[in-house]
Design a binder for this molecule. Structure first.
Ligand code: TF8
Length: 336
């Protein structure tokens, strides 16, 4: 069947990826290889960001580095990519904060719903010393954070019905990332959360194992979810940033000059792609609509009810996060 073919080709591309990965750290030309793994596809902003990083690096170093990007979960899902970074068999990734929070609990702060409400707040938080400390914390876990990159606010899609009010969530099976805060949030909305790795999501949606999922618009389009999801709700229920990071062993083996160039290239490509993402937002809505998706919004009053409904998630998980960090974050959010 088509599904078996798809499964087989996934296994094959995985094997090809592993083979590549076990090759030398240096390419034949003697350049230092930077092995980058991504969960998302070649058309995603994540991929474009890493391409941009590679270009900047090539220009700055006269081509001393050879950046190889393995996309579409070829080298494994988010958790596997993080494992490989930590054991040094991979050098870099650009990944959602949520899977990282399974290792670095501090990052769970970004998983609470409706915390960062617009781009101004996002910038204020991520560019603050607090934001910097959220990158630095990764050093404790065998990872080295280079930059926050915009992934976008997460929106909801499903194949069953239009969702524009609290009651509409009732009974829907929604795939969430493997994270207790996301799961509880959807439970509180009356849906049935189904945690699943990203690589299995398209197939689960197409076989209607789950009714819906939530991701930023750029992922909905670059992963072709519009083919199997009719309804899109601009819920913006959570903002989980992408983090560009490398493995500690890769970082520690660089000389100071290279560290500087790499950190700079990471910051520049992060800025570039964040801007790109924001400009694209409007266009993506039109594209998704013309591909047949029906788009709903949530009115302010309704949004308040929804926010109210998920409020208990803060109490339930407040002991899992550092209270001081949460206070610090809240004070930046509320600053005007
Ligand atoms: C998810 C995440 C993923 C990313 C990517 C695979 O829904 O948003 O899209 O973390 O690295 O699982």
């Amino acid at each position: 069947t088509i599904e078996e073919i798809a499964d087989n080709s996934r296994i094959l591309s995985r094997l090809a990826g592993e083979l590549h990965q076990s090759l030398l750290h240096f390419s034949l030309s003697g350049k230092r290889m930077i092995r980058v793994a991504l969960g998302l596809s070649e058309t995603s902003p994540a991929y474009i960001a890493m391409k941009k990083f590679a270009d900047l690096l090539a220009r700055q170093t006269d081509g001393c580095f050879d950046v190889k990007i393995f996309h579409s979960s070829q080298l494994g899902d988010d958790a596997e990519i993080l494992d490989k970074l930590r054991n040094g068999s991979l050098d870099m990734t650009l990944i959602s904060s949520t899977p990282v929070a399974a290792i670095a609990k501090e990052l769970m702060l970004f998983d609470f719903p409706f915390l960062l409400k617009d781009e101004q707040v996002v910038d204020r938080v991520l560019e603050s010393p607090f934001g910097k400390s959220m990158l630095d914390v990764l050093d404790k876990y065998g990872l080295h954070g280079l930059a926050f990159v915009e992934n976008g606010f997460r929106d909801l899609t499903n194949s069953r019905r239009e969702i524009s009010k609290l009651e509409d969530f009732q009974g829907l099976k929604i795939r969430t990332m493997v994270n207790p805060i996301h799961m509880e949030t959807f439970r509180l909305l009356g849906a049935e959360p189904v945690p699943m790795v990203f690589g299995e999501l398209y197939s689960a949606l197409s076989r209607q194992v789950v009714d819906g999922q939530e991701n930023p618009l750029s992922t909905i389009i670059s992963s072709n979810f519009y083919e199997v999801q009719k309804y899109l709700t601009i819920s913006h229920h959570v903002y989980t940033p992408f983090i560009m990071m490398c493995s500690t062993s890769f970082w520690d083996n660089l000389n100071d000059a290279d560290k500087q160039v790499i950190a700079q290239a990471a910051r520049e490509s992060a800025l570039y792609i964040t801007e790109y993402n924001r400009k694209l937002e409007q266009q993506l809505l039109g594209d998704l609509e013309s591909k047949g998706m029906r788009i709903s919004r949530i009115e302010d009053g309704e949004l308040k009810r929804i926010q109210q409904a998920v409020q208990p998630v803060f109490d339930k998980f407040k002991n899992e996060v550092d209270a001081k960090l949460m206070d610090e974050l809240m004070s930046i959010i509320n600053k005007r």
